[in-house]
Design a protein around this ligand. Structure first.
Ligand code: FAD
Length: 393
């Protein structure tokens, strides 16, 4: 005999649990199923185990989508302050790290516990180890065949997330289901992901792994200022993760290694005041020494600064403030925090998250073509979209 409910949510991650608890609070009979052996694995892993659960500065401008207006309604109706209210009600201590990013003081486990407690209080049933084998729609709703039997529900919510980090339960299931019901899925690619180098840049930076510095990364008219880290595979760190969502192979990527400074003016001052010093010496005072040495070996004039003529000085300053890094690709879904692209939002209601093609079918969270910047925006999208759907299913 099928398990009957009002709402079946597939995916017990951030968006699915938020949708479920919101619908449960309205008195709906809700079942949540997940194929993984644990709920909220990405929440647990997030923010280095402390979950950057929101960003107090969230605006629609912090999201990438082929349809930039789509996210506005839900974000306006469920703000970071709504989520913070729940966090405080559950006594979870948190702090702001930088730029409005809120993290748990103790552990991201507290966020999963909070969501599960809210689900339980709202009578929501959550099942793990429950993979889905078939989804059909009849005149009386959705019939879903799973590892734990048949489910029958009037509303079906797809909250299965994106493709990032398959080892945490990510799958393309949501995209396949969307296609099954006639939805378009926009091409997906890894976002918020380290970039890889090849050729000369790989050879020249390979042995500098561990070097970290503040930079501004620029690509396609977008710029992010934060730190960068050289790794043995390429480059990472917040500034690079941010720009990775805007970069595609072949795009021009520039790194300002002296952000907020006037490299030309600084070099002239060095020429005037420290003319006998080698460039590598003075550069090591403003950049990590291992990086300064490598730059002087291959790209900059390796001599006393007084011997650097005006054209060379301008060239050196331009290189320091717009280093043309040739990335060969990204590390891919294995290490990406998010998936760009996904279910085309143009056939989904931005207020109810219901499919405009199939009544009763909803998509929430990262499975949709809405991707946030680094810094708590992706969870805020999961909460806001889950909440919006939870109010109507
Ligand atoms: P998910 O949270 O991924 O949940 C999807 C759920 O669906 C999973 O439980 C999965 O097991 C289940 N599922 C998948 N396929 C199936 C299937 N076939 N059948 C049944 N169930 C299925 N964002 C932030 O805002 N702040 C952070 O600090 C942050 N840190 C991150 C760190 C890491 C390492 C990663 C990978 C991501 C991080 N993110 C962060 C991004 C954030 O985790 C996601 O954007 C967010 O979890 C998306 O929520 P979701 O509910 O849509 O999907």
């Amino acid at each position: 005999k099928p398990i009957a409910c009002d709402v079946l949510v597939i995916g017990a991650g951030a968006a699915g649990l938020m949708c479920a608890l919101t619908a449960g609070q309205r008195g709906r009979m809700v079942q949540v199923i997940d194929h993984a052996n644990k709920v909220g694995k990405k929440i647990l892993m997030s923010g280095g185990g402390r979950c950057n659960f929101t960003n107090t500065g969230t605006t629609p401008a912090n999201f990438l989508s082929a349809n930039p207006h789509f996210c506005k309604s839900a974000l306006a109706r469920y703000t970071p302050w709504h989520f913070i209210e729940m966090v405080e009600r559950h006594g979870i201590a948190y702090h702001e790290k930088e730029l409005g990013q809120l993290f748990c003081d103790i552990s991201s486990k507290q966020i999963v516990r909070m969501l599960m407690d809210e689900c339980q209080a709202a009578g929501v049933q959550v099942r793990t180890d429950c993979g889905v084998t078939k989804v059909e729609r009849g005149s009386d709703g959705f019939h879903v065949t799973t590892a734990q039997g048949q489910f029958h529900a009037a509303s079906l919510v797809v909250a299965t997330g994106g493709l990032s980090i398959p080892s945490l339960g990510a799958s393309g299931f949501g995209y396949e289901l969307a296609r099954q019901f006639g939805h378009e899925v926009l091409p997906t690619r890894a976002g918020l992901v380290p970039l890889t180098l090849s050729g000369k840049h790989q050879e020249r930076f390979n042995d500098r792994s561990g070097v970290a510095l503040p930079i501004t990364a620029r690509c396609n008219d977008v710029a992010f200022s934060n730190s960068m880290l050289i790794t043995h595979r390429g480059i990472s760190g917040p500034a690079i993760l941010q720009i990775s969502s805007f970069w595609q192979p072949g795009d021009d990527l520039r790194l300002d290694l002296l952000p907020g400074q006037d490299a030309e003016g600084w070099l002239r001052a060095m020429k005037r005041d420290r003319g006998a010093a080698e460039l590598r010496t003075v550069l090591s005072e403003v950049l990590p020494r291992r990086l300064a040495l490598r730059l002087c070996e291959h790209w900059l004039p390796d001599r006393p600064v007084k011997q650097i003529d005006e054209p060379q000085l301008r060239e050196a300053a331009a290189l320091l403030q717009g280093f043309p890094l040739v990335a060969s690709g990204t590390e891919g879904y294995r290490t990406a925090e998010v998936t760009l692209g996904g279910v085309d939002t143009r056939k989904v209601s931005s207020s109810t998250f219901e499919s405009q093609l199939v009544p009763g079918l909803h998509f929430v969270g990262e499975v949709l073509d809405v991707t946030g910047w680094l810094g708590g925006y992706n969870f805020q999208w999961a909460w806001a979209s889950g909440h919006a759907a939870g109010q109507v299913v």
